[in-house]
Design a protein around this ligand. Sequence first.
Ligand code: ATP
Length: 360
Amino acid sequence: YTNGFRQQYLIQHQLGKGHFATVYLCVEIATGNKYAVKVFGKVSKESQGSQMLDETLYQEIALLKGVNHPSLIFLREMFDEDDGVYLVLELAPEGELFNLIVSREKLTEDETRHVFRQLFEGLNYLHVRGIVHRDIKPENILVIDENLTVKLGDFGLAKLIGEESFTTTLCGTPSYVAPEILQENRRRRYARSVDIWSLGVVLYICLCGFPPFSDELYTEQNPYSLAQQIKMGRFDYPSPYWDSIDDQALDLIDKMLTVDSEKRLTVEECLEHPWMKNEPPIVDAEGLTGALVKLDFSKRKVERERTLLSSVNDSFYEVFKGGSGGVEDAEFKVFEKTAAEERIHNPVSTNVHQDEKPVI
Ligand code: ATP
């Protein structure tokens, strides 16, 4: 701890506000470099909540001090001043991922995969060190640049868990909390798996633009409160929003939003999941890009395999019909990349003429 924040930094406009702190943009006078400063105002010892503030503050500082990973907001230095404690943090110039999702409605699969690779790496760093974030939501995922470099921020609720430590504190934001936290009368270990659940909710939102669990989904057919939906793991992939999304993404979400926390994927397993491994389409010798799409009409979704398009003909696609691969009622198609990325509305007739592109 040092003081003299105002000798070294100029505070500019407010970037955001949380329960215990306000975050401002600040400029280091000597260099002109920009940072974010999180200011915890000091409260009189008598006032309610001061103990909570102290606890939150010192916990956050203790955890942040030891954290150094490209996907986690870095704590540069801190000051103890008369009017508050100042944490100088790495700046996330593009703000919250939440705002980005709202402005774009949703993200593409490739963008989402890019964001999640970073988040899983950052979370893995924390989990390996026994740190549970406990408050993952799009507001706490900060965007660094237009290439969607992201970092996890707000370690206010993060906790270092010893193998023996148990806690049942209700924390986190309702829409993102794991079912075991809502489970009453059960003393449960606050495990790393709560972060996977929350990230599963964020993954769902990134891909379709709306949340899997919500009080707004309350209808006669679905008369369940938000808490009930979460405890039952009751959510859906409504059409048409999910029609064009790779089945593997749904599989990953299913395995992250698994009510039984023991069966939920770990962060390492998330990184190894096939959807995370899915590389962008391969470009062949003629510069044609594409994807081999296996349509299985007996299933809800489309299985997709990326392949080298050495056999693409002039019209950019070929249609093969048959029961190969042991799948009945299946068709194999090679689509032009752009077409393959589009939503598949209608099963395609097998009698496709050269000049007639499949209805995509
Ligand atoms: P909470 O009530 O969620 O625990 P908090 O008091 O811990 O919040 P933060 O969530 O850390 O505060 O910060 C509040 C807001 O300030 C963030 O949601 C974000 O908009 C902004 N913010 C925080 N850190 C940064 C940063 N490093 N760069 C840019 N903006 C930031």
